[in-house]
Design a protein around this ligand. Sequence first.
Ligand code: SF4
Length: 580
Amino acid sequence: MNKKSVSKILRHLPRDPTRLLDHLWAVQRDRGFISPLDIYELAKILKIDESRIREVITFYHFFFDQPHGEFIFFLDQSIISKHAGIDLIERTLEDTLGIKSGEVTSDRVFGLYKTSCIGMSDQAPAALINMIPFVNLTVEKALTLITCLKRGDDLLTLQKDLNCVPQNIVHQSLMTDYCWDQEITSLHAQKLNPQDIIQEVVSSGLRGRGGAGFPTGKKWQFCRSYPGPRVVVCNADEGEPGTFKDRYLLTEHAKKLFYGMAIAAKAIDSQEAYLYLRAEYTYLLEHLRLVLTRLQRDPLIRQIKWRIQLGAGAYVVGEESALLESLEGKRGEPRLRPPFPVEKGYLGKPTIVNNVETFVLVSQILEKGFESFRSLGTDKSSGVRWLSISGDVAKAGLYEVPWGISLREVLNLCGAQNPLMIQVGGPSGECVNATFDSVLDRKLSFEDLPTGGSFMVFSREREIFPILQNFMQFFVDESCGNCTPCRAGNVVLNNQLKKVIDGHGRQNDLVSLDQWSHVVMKTSRCGLGMSSPRVITTSMKAFPELFKNKIDSTKNKLIFDFDEEKAVADYDNLFGDHHE
Ligand code: SF4
C-alpha cells in the first residue's frame, strides 16, 4: 500500500508553525510514529528548522520518532493506580506479551509504557490504549484485551463490553449541577459593558481555581491595561496527580465553560480564545468541538476566533507560560517572568490564562449574580470548589464543597476509611496527618489549606514512604530540565529520601533533606520546582516520628549489623592478603 504524503495528511491544517502539535498528531495518527523523512517534509511545509520539530517531538510523552506498536498501552503510574493494582496488571501484560515495560513486541503489534496520572483516579487502575481511557482494569480484563485485540476486535467496543468507559461520579453538587440558563447568561453578558463584567467578577471574590488563587477580576483588569489585541486561554491541562474534576466539567458543563471564556473575551476586549486540552483527554476532543459548533448561533460566541489545542503529554505545561509556549507549537518550557502573560502572553499579546473550573464559575456568576456566589465560602475564599477525591474512601468521585469546609467534614462526606495521611492539592500540595484533631479542624481555603482540587486519602494500612517516593519520582520524571535547581535538585532529594527509607540515613540526612528542599524551592524557575520539595517538607512536618524512627533504626543497624570478621574476609577477597 502506498503511503500518503505528509502534505496530503496535513491538507486540512493551516500551514502555521503554531499548529505544529496538530501537524505532529496528524502524521502520527496516520503513520504510528513520526519518521525522519516526515520531519524533513513537515519542516519544508511549515518553513521551520527540522531541529525545532525534533526537539518538540522529544519533549512530549506521547509523540514517537520510532514505531511503538499498533496498540500502545500507557499504564497510569499514580500512587492511587498503584494501590489499586496497576503493577500486577503491568507484570501480567509483560509476561503475556513477552516484553518489558518500555518495549514493543517483535511483531510491532503491542507497545507497553508507563505514564503519569491520566485523570482517572476515581476509577483506578486505569490505562490509555491508543489514547482511549480504560478504567477499572483488572488482570482478567487486561488478558481479555490482549486476546481480543489480537483477533481484531474494535477498541471502543471492548472499552464498553469490559465496563472500562470512564464515568463522572458526582456525590455532591451545590451550584454547578443546578439549573443554569444559557440565554440569561448570554443576554446578561451582552448587556453589560466590559468594565461592568470585570466589576461583577471582582465583587464575587472569585479566585483562580488552578491552585495559585490569583483574583480573577484583577487578572482581567491587568490584562485590559495593556494594549491589544488580547487573548483568552483556558488551561484544561489538569495534570496534578489525583485531579479529575476538569474532566467532569469538560464533559458535562462544556457550554458553561465556553460562555465563561466568551464573557472573559468581552471583558478584556478580545476576539481570540484558545482551549488547551491535555492529551490524556483526547477522547473529549470531538465532544468539545461539537458543543462549540452548536453554540455558534449566539453572537457572543460567534464573534470570537476559537481554537481547541490538543496537548501531547507534559505535566509542566500546566504552568501558564509553559502552556503558552506549547500553544505556539513549541516545547512546553516555562518562560522567565516578568513579563507575565497578562502583559506578554500568546505570541507576545496580553493574555489571560484561567482554568476550566474558573471559567465555569464565571458563567454561573454572570447568570445568578455575584451575591449568590459570595453567600458561600469564607471572606478570602468565596464560593464553592470541586474536589476530586480518591484513595481509601468509600465514595471516590466528585464533590462540590464550599470553601471553608473542614478536613473532618470532607472525610465524613467521602467515607474515609481509617485515614492516616491526606495529600491535599496533589503531590505539589500539602501532606497532612489525619490522626490529629487540630489537623481535622483545618479549613480548605486559600487562607488555611489551599487546594487545586486533588484530595487523596491514605489509610493507616498504607505505608507512607512508598507514597512519598512515588510523588518525588513523578517530579523527577516531569521536570522539564530547563533550570538546574529543579533538574538536579529533585534527583538529589529523591536519592536522599531513598537513602533514608532504605535505612542508610543519619540525622544529618534529615537536615540536608530540609536544606536542599528550601534551596530547590527558592531557586527554581517555575511552580514545578518551587513546589515539588513540599512532598518532603510537609511530610517531615506531618510525620516527624516516622522519619525519626527510620534514622533510629539505621543507628541500631549500624551498630548491630556490622560483622567484623566478614568485613575483613571481604577485604581480603578484594585485595588479597599482601596489603600493608
Ligand atoms: Fe523546568 Fe523545573 Fe525549572 Fe520549571 S522549575 S523550568 S519544570 S526545570
